[in-house]
Ligand binder design. Structure first.
Ligand SMILES: Cc1cc2nc3c(=O)[nH]c(=O)nc-3n(C[C@H](O)[C@H](O)[C@H](O)COP(=O)(O)OP(=O)(O)OC[C@H]3O[C@@H](n4cnc5c(N)ncnc54)[C@H](O)[C@@H]3O)c2cc1C
Length: 234
C-alpha cells in the first residue's frame, strides 16, 4: 500500500558549523501526523540518476508543533546528505512518515542512560525532554560524545536542563586521539558494568556505524535485559 506523502517548505536554516545544519520545515500539503519522540521521516532525495530515500529524525518535540527540525551533517561521499545541505529557504521537500520504534513515550520508571554522538543527538533530544517533563524520581544520564566541542549540538540547552532538573546528569565527552566508541565503551563499562551489580536500567543508544552494536553487546553481555537496551544505528 502506498504510504501517505507530505510536502514541506524550508522555513529556516540554522548553521551549527561548516558541515552541520538544521532545516526547520513546515508542511504545506497534508498535516504532519502524530509522532513520538525519537521518530524519523523518510525524505525523498531526487538525485539526477536515482530517487534516493533517506531517514532523518525529527529533532524537535511533538508538542513544539511546526516548523519541525531535522539536524544533519555532511558525510564523506554522501550524496543524499549533500542534497539536504543544498536546500535553501523556500525549497520544497517530500517525505513519508513519521516512522520508527526507537522512541520514548513517557518518563521511564527506572534509571535511564542516553548515549549519543554528534548529530545522532536528534532522537535523544525530544526523548530527554519527554523523560524530564513528567514527574519521576529516577536519575536520567546523558553521555554526549564528539571529537570536537563544536560537534556537541544544543549543549547550552542540555546544561540548562541539568540545572533545572536535579535528577538529570548531562556529561559531554570530547574524545581526541582515540576512537570515539572505544572511549564510550570504557566509560559505560566503568560506570554501568563494573561500577555496581545493578542491572535494572534502561539504555537508549544512537550513533553511526558498528560502534553502536558494540556498545549494545557490551551491555547485553553484562547481564542487562535485551529489551532494556534500545538502540538506533545510522
Ligand atoms: C533511522 C535513521 C535516522 C536517521 N536520522 C538522521 C538524522 O537525523 N540526521 C543525519 O544526519 N542522519 C540521519 N540518518 C542517516 C541518514 O539517513 C543518511 O544515511 C546520511 O545522511 C547519509 O546519507 P547519504 O545518502 O548522503 O550517504 P550514503 O551514501 O547512504 O552513505 C551512508 C554511509 O554514511 C554513514 N552515515 C550515516 N549517517 C551519517 C552521519 N550523520 N555522519 C557520518 N556518517 C554517516 C552510514 O553509516 C553509511 O556508512 C539516519 C539514519 C537512520 C537509519
Amino acid at each position: 500500500m502506498e504510504r501517505p506523502a507530505y510536502r514541506a517548505r524550508v522555513e529556516r536554516i540554522l548553521e551549527h558549523s561548516a558541515d552541520t545544519r538544521s532545516l526547520f520545515l513546515r508542511t504545506v500539503t497534508g498535516r504532519m501526523p502524530f509522532y513520538s519522540p525519537g521518530m524519523f521521516i523518510s525524505v525523498k532525495i531526487p538525485l539526477p540518476e536515482e530517487l534516493r530515500i533517506r531517514p532523518y529524525t525529527i529533532a524537535t518535540s511533538p508538542e513544539d508543533g511546526e516548523p519541525f527540525e531535522l539536524i544533519f551533517n555532511l558525510v564523506p561521499n554522501g550524496r543524499g546528505a549533500a542534497w539536504m545541505f543544498e536546500r535553501k529557504v523556500g525549497d520544497l521537500l517530500d517525505f513519508t512518515g513519521p516512522f520508527g520504534a526507537f522512541t520514548l513515550e513517557r518518563a521511564p520508571d527506572r534509571e535511564t542512560v542516553f548515549i549519543a554522538e554528534g548529530t545522532a543527538v536528534a532522537p535523544i533530544r525530544p526523548m530527554l525532554r519527554r523523560a524530564l517533563s513528567q514527574p519521576c524520581s529516577h536519575s536520567v544520564h546523558f553521555i554526549y560524545a564528539a571529537a570536537k566541542p563544536e560537534r556537541l549540538l544544543y549543549r547550552a540547552e542540555f546544561e540548562s536542563l541539568a540545572v533545572t532538573n536535579s535528577r538529570f546528569r548531562f556529561e559531554p565527552l570530547i574524545v581526541q586521539g582515540k576512537e570515539l566508541y572505544e572511549s564510550l565503551s570504557d566509560e559505560v563499562a566503568r560506570r554501568w558494568v563494573h561500577g555496581d551489580g545493578e542491572r535494572r536500567r534502561d539504555f537508549f543508544l544512537c550513533g553511526i556505524g558498528s560502534g553502536v552494536l558494540k556498545l549494545r553487546d557490551l551491555l547485553r553481555g553484562a547481564g542487562y535485559e535485551r529489551r532494556a537496551i534500545h538502540y538506533e544505528r545510522w
